[in-house]
Design a protein around this ligand. Sequence first.
Ligand code: DHB
Ligand code: FE
Length: 292
Amino acid sequence: MSDVIGGIFTSHVPAIGNAIAKGLQDDPYWKPFFAGYRPVQRWLAAQRPDVAVVFYNDHGLNFFLDKMPTFAIGAAATYRNADEGWGLPVAAPFEGAQALSWHLIEALVADDFDMTVCQEMLVDHALVVPFNLCWPGADNRAVKIVPIAINTVQHPLPSPQRCLALGRAVGRALASWGGDERIVVLGTGGLSHQLDGERAGFLNPDYDRFCLDAIGPDPERLTHHSALDIIELAGSQGIEILNWIAARGALGEHVAEITRNYHIPISNTAAATLVLEARDHADRMEQDRRAA
Ligand code: DHB
Ligand code: FE
């Protein structure tokens, strides 16, 4: 039986990819940020997931303003990366967990989520940077992916409530999957940041801490704000928290915090890292240990 081990929540700032490419991890500017990923990498080394279901937002690489699906899911055998203008090295293609993608698509559409189904899909820095943070070096190619893109770019945006419901539907679909993979869920982007307009550079540590504290034990609290409220609170790109909310929904009701880091600023963003282990998974491991 497949097993959802937990979730990793992380910023995806392109400058991080540049720092990795240049080997700047121990530079004083970067060190406190990269140090936050060592416990994430240790947890992953112990948990050894086979598949990552990744909630992220595309920034104009695969979808542009002319066609912007609210919720899209990949059904490809491989996903290519390309340079979308940040000058980052182009990552090697990612292998898709294609059979699991189709199972999720069937289950989500049956559950009234009208997904845009993508049999070809380019993945941008919002997927590549988190992979390079979590699985540095070449190891990340051992994990197959199911990418799920949420529109955080063009209005109207989906509501936080709907994103949580989508994540919960993904969680139900993963529970009904007959495979034996160990599955990790990623939510990328955020926390507070605004890249343009009069409030460019805006950050809100109070709101960020509220998100980090509430998302594990009580994710509903993040849905009491509308998408427009969140833009007010977190900046126009801080709305990427929608990806975190959806990812949290896929983890089941109870989670345990494994590690967190919060570091201001990385580029224009309040950078955050959080790992939540799914309690159902931990209980199953404990039962297995007792049975052995
Ligand atoms: C930055 C943050 C993002 O989330 C992004 O997609 C691009 C740039 C930044 O802070 O520079
Ligand atoms: Fe972004």
